[in-house]
Design a protein around this ligand. Sequence first.
Ligand SMILES: Nc1ncnc2c1ncn2[C@@H]1O[C@H](COP(=O)(O)OP(=O)(O)OP(=O)(O)O)[C@@H](O)[C@H]1O
Ligand SMILES: [Mg+2]
Length: 540
Amino acid sequence: MTDPLVVPPPGAGPPLTMTAPSGVATPLAVEARGIVKRFPGVLANNDVDFDLRRGEVHALLGENGAGKSTLMNILAGLYRPDAGEIRVEGAAVAFGSPRDAIAAGLGMVHQHFTLVPSQTVTENILLGLDRPRFLLRERRSEAEVAALANRFGMRIDPTARIWQLSVGEQQRVEILKMLYRGARILIMDEPTAVLAPQEADDLFATLRTMTAEGRSVVFISHKLGEVLAIADRVTVMRRGEVTAAGLPTAGATKADLARLMVGRSVLESLDRSDVELGPVVLDVRAVSASNDRELPALRGVSLQVRAGEIVGIAAVAGNGQGELAEVITGLRACSGEILVGGEPVANRSAATALRQGVAHVPADRASVGSAPNLSLTDNLIMKRYREAPVARGWLVDDAAARTLADGLRETYRIAAPTVDTEVRLLSGGNLQRAILAREIETQPGLLVAVQPTRGLDVGAIESVHRLLLEMRSAGAAILLISEELEEILALADRVDVMYEGRIVGSMPVAEAEIGRIGLLMTGGDDDSGAREAGPTAVAQ
Ligand SMILES: Nc1ncnc2c1ncn2[C@@H]1O[C@H](COP(=O)(O)OP(=O)(O)OP(=O)(O)O)[C@@H](O)[C@H]1O
Ligand SMILES: [Mg+2]
C-alpha cells in the first residue's frame, strides 16, 4: 500500500472507474465478516457482517447504542476488533491505527470534529502529513485544496481559520482532509445531525459526485427520510447485531425502516392536552447581540414565553437562534432586557440564570453540555452538587450522588455500563439523554432546548417529545429551538420565525402553514412578514 509519508496527489489522481474487466467480479470496497467487539459491560458488536459496494452510498441505521459507531471505528482503524476479518478492495487488512486505514484508502469523518481552531483550512488538511513548511508550498497547497473542493462541489476558503467557519464548513474540511489523503471509501458518522437542511443538500450533492467517481460512502443517520433519499442500500443494527443487511432502499418506507430499528412499529401519537397558560416566565425585550465573529446576530428581538407554553423558534441554522439561547442562559452578552420570572438575567452569568430556574439543553452537547472526562454521575449531578441530598456540609455525598444517578439512568434509559463510566464513552444519543435528564430534573421554570432530539433514534425522539409535553403540563415555559419544522409543529403552541437575527413572523401553531413558515425562514417576505419586521426595517 501507499507509504503514508509520501504525499498522494490531491484526490489520488484520475477518477476511479467502476467497470471491471468483463467476467471478473468487482471486489467489494469493504467486506467485514464476524466482527466482535466487547467493551467493559457491553457487547457492542456481536458477530457483525457488513458489505460496502463500490460506488454506493450505504446507510447504517440503528437505535442509540446499537453499535454503529463502534463498527465503523473498527473499519477506520480506531478500534481493534476482538474477532472478525476485514477486506478492503479484496485484500485482507488489519489496521493498527486510522493512519493504516487511510493508507488503504479508507477515511472516517467523526461525530466530533478534530480540527485545530487557530489554524487555517489548508494547514488542517496538511496536518500530520509531515511535510516541511515553506511559504511557497503553502500557496501551492492552498491552490490544491481549492481545486479539490471545487471538484467535489464544496464551497470553502482554503485560507480561512477554522474558528471562523460554520459547522457545515468545518465538516467540509474534514471531508477534504480525507480526500486529500486519497480516501476511496468515506465513512460519515451522523454528518447531517449538525447541518441545516440546505447544508445537508449540499453534502448530498458532494457525496453523489464521489460515488459517481466510483468512491463508496457509509452514511450513519437517524433521519429516515434522508436515508431513503441518499442511500442505495441500508444495513440496520440492533443491540450489537445486524437485523437487516444491505437492503435496497428502493421501495422501502420510513415505517419499514423504523420497524427494523426498534423491532416494533413506531407511530408517534402525542397526547397534547390543552394547558391553561400562566404568567409570562420569559420576557425578551429588544435584545441585540453579536456572534463569535463580532457580526450582528440578534437585531432587536422581542418575545415572550408563558408558563405552560412551548414557543418554537423556526429558523435556518445561523440566523441568530443559537445566540438567542446563549443570551438567555447567561452565556453571551447583549443589549436590551431579558427577564425570567420578572428578574433581569441579561449580561449576568450562567449561574444567575440557573438560580432563576433556567435550564439549558445546548446544541453542542460534547463541549458545552457535558464534561467528557467525568463520570456519568458527575455529569448528572453537575447542577445540584450544592444541594441535599448530594451535598453534605462542604462535601459531596458520593453514595447519595450515585444513587441519584442510578435512578436517572433508569428513568431516562441512559445506556451506560455503570454510572462511573466517563461520558465520552457513551454513544451520541445516550449522552444527549444524560443531558436532558440532568436539565429536566432541575425542574426548571424555563427550559431553553436547542435541538433537543438531535442524534436521537426514532424511539428516543418519541420519549423526549413526551417529556417536553409533560413539563409543559406541569407549568414550565419552554423555548424550543429546532431546525426540524415537524418537531416544532408537533410540540409548540406558538411559532416565532427568525431570519437574519429578527423575528419575522409569529403565529399560533394551530394557524401555522408550513409553506408560509418556510418562506419566512428563507427571507421571502410576504406582506405580513414585512409588516411584522417593520420596526427593524426602518432602523436600517
Ligand atoms: N470506548 C468505549 N468504551 C466503552 N464502551 C463503549 C465505547 N464505545 C462505545 N461503547 C459502548 O458500546 C455501545 C455501542 O456504542 P456505539 O457508539 O457504537 O453506538 P451507536 O450505534 O453509534 O449509537 P448512537 O446512535 O447513539 O451514536 C454503547 O453501549 C456504548 O456505550
Ligand atoms: Mg454513534
